[in-house]
Design a protein around this ligand. Structure first.
Ligand code: MN
Length: 442
């Protein structure tokens, strides 16, 4: 799994695209892949670089790539990245190397690309970002142990964690058809729920709307039905990462979830950051899986891989911000309401892949995982509003003077992620913002 740092990570490497240098999110060391269109034309593969989108189809037509990188860029010229995802990691890494050389300042390759800038680059602000893949299946894990404990406490479970939690990377099959990229409004659902103070359910709008701060995983190369992926081989099947807001209707969830788990409370919509951050870009931010607390069981052998334990987790700073309609009207910026880190996950992504497939389930290119809500140990680390407000019993006071206990209509919820490490150029994941809007009348 260890990806060697190479010239594409070199902190001294600058781009001839001025906005990329010191960008903080999309410097030349990041090079995330996505699907964009401009002025309503055909969606195709692109790469975020500074304030621009680099057009992979135009670059193919200009014959800027060779070998595996050319195969990858050609596959990425379609309106989804599924074909590129199916190719495995080699072509993706080759593409990164050639892209980095083309976009770097002062390289031989840049002399071919720079004169074609007008054809190759589009202002990101003028582009529409689409889902990067046709998503076949969406699985949502539950690997944020503090979130799991906080939920158990709110439900009055003692102990708060289920007896299986430290053995099984718990998950459920969620809904692929309602995943949307940043910027798409999400409609408040109607459903059955028992309103506070009442005994019987009624049908109507969700009254306890929540967000969930999750790390998203894009599956690349699939596995055959009946052929599990071992923990130590999982990296070969991971195409990249995004941020994922698993919108959650808590009142509907509370009533419907016995005994099969959440259904309508989770299928109303999921917001993702549409740029895929590659494993190569995240290599500088790989860390060991933090040791389990004293007394916790060692994972069963099929979930254990020494190398995965040494380098299978990430150190990524995560944030949740809110911006209400009134805040927008007053010109107030988004306000941070939580900070967390991927290192608080109890399971690694490789363990999730291994568990998902250990019974023979096949994964396919373009499948997506959510990690589960990533809350950290202290209240400012809580990655859902149910945790931040103790199930709607405490106020969050905003700079506008407004109070929130749940997500209101008109609220924008932003998730952000950044990798930072001494000696490395920091990178980010880009926007993951969804606005909750009023639902249809019940
Ligand atoms: Mn979730």
């Amino acid at each position: 799994m260890a990806i060697q740092l190479d010239e594409t990570h070199d902190a001294q490497r600058k781009s001839w695209i001025a906005s990329a240098n010191g960008h903080g999110v999309f410097p030349i060391q990041n090079l995330p892949l996505g699907i964009f269109s401009i002025n309503g034309d055909t969606p195709r593969g692109g790469v975020a670089i500074g304030d621009e989108v680099f057009d992979l189809k135009a670059a193919c037509e200009a014959k800027l790539f060779s070998g595996d990188a050319e195969k990858a860029a050609r596959a990425a010229s379609n309106n989804t990245l599924n074909d590129l995802m199916a190719m495995g990691g080699g072509p993706r890494a080759a593409l990164r190397k050639q892209l980095s050389a083309l976009l770097a300042e002062g390289t031989v390759e840049s002399k071919k690309a720079q004169p074609l800038a007008a054809k190759l680059l589009h202002k990101a602000s003028a582009c529409t970002l689409h889902l990067p893949a046709k998503i076949g299946a969406f699985t949502d894990f539950f690997a944020g142990i503090t979130h799991a404990e906080n939920g158990g406490k709110r439900r009055g479970s003692n102990p708060p964690l289920s007896p299986n939690y430290k053995y099984v990377p718990v998950a459920y099959h969620s809904r692929a058809s309602t995943v949307r990229p940043t910027g798409v409004e999400v409609r408040r659902p109607n459903g059955q729920r028992v309103v506070d103070g009442e005994k019987l359910p009624t049908f109507g709008p969700c009254l306890k709307m929540d967000f969930e701060l999750e790390f998203g995983v894009w599956i690349g190369q699939g596995n055959a039905w009946g052929e599990p992926i071992p923990t130590g081989k999982a990296a070969d099947h991971i195409f990249g990462y995004c941020m994922l807001n698993d919108w959650s209707a808590r009142d509907i969830q509370r009533w419907e979830s016995q005994p099969l788990g959440p259904f309508l409370s989770k299928n109303l919509g999921t917001t993702i950051s549409p740029w895929i951050i590659t494993p190569e870009a995240l290599a500088p931010f790989q860390i060991a899986q933090p040791p389990r607390p004293e007394g916790d069981p060692k994972p069963l052998p099929y979930l254990w891989d020494d190398k995965d334990q040494r380098e299978g987790q990430f150190d990524l700073e995560l944030e949740v911000l809110i911006r209400t309609e009134a805040m927008r009207a007053k010109g107030l910026p988004p306000q941070r309401i939580a900070v967390s880190n991927t290192k608080h996950l109890y399971w690694t992504v490789a363990q999730m892949v291994a568990h998902h497939t250990c019974g023979g389930c096949s994964l396919e290119p373009g499948d997506i995982f959510g990690s589960g809500t990533i809350s950290g140990p202290t209240p400012e680390n809580y990655g859902s509003i149910a945790e931040l407000t103790y199930d709607g019993t405490r106020d969050i006071t905003l700079a506008s003077g407004e109070i929130r206990r749940w997500v209101n209509d008109g609220d924008d919820i932003y998730l952000r992620a950044h990798g930072k490490r001494a000696g490395c150029v920091p990178i980010g994941f880009g926007d993951c913002c969804g606005r909750m809007v009023a639902g249809k009348p019940a």
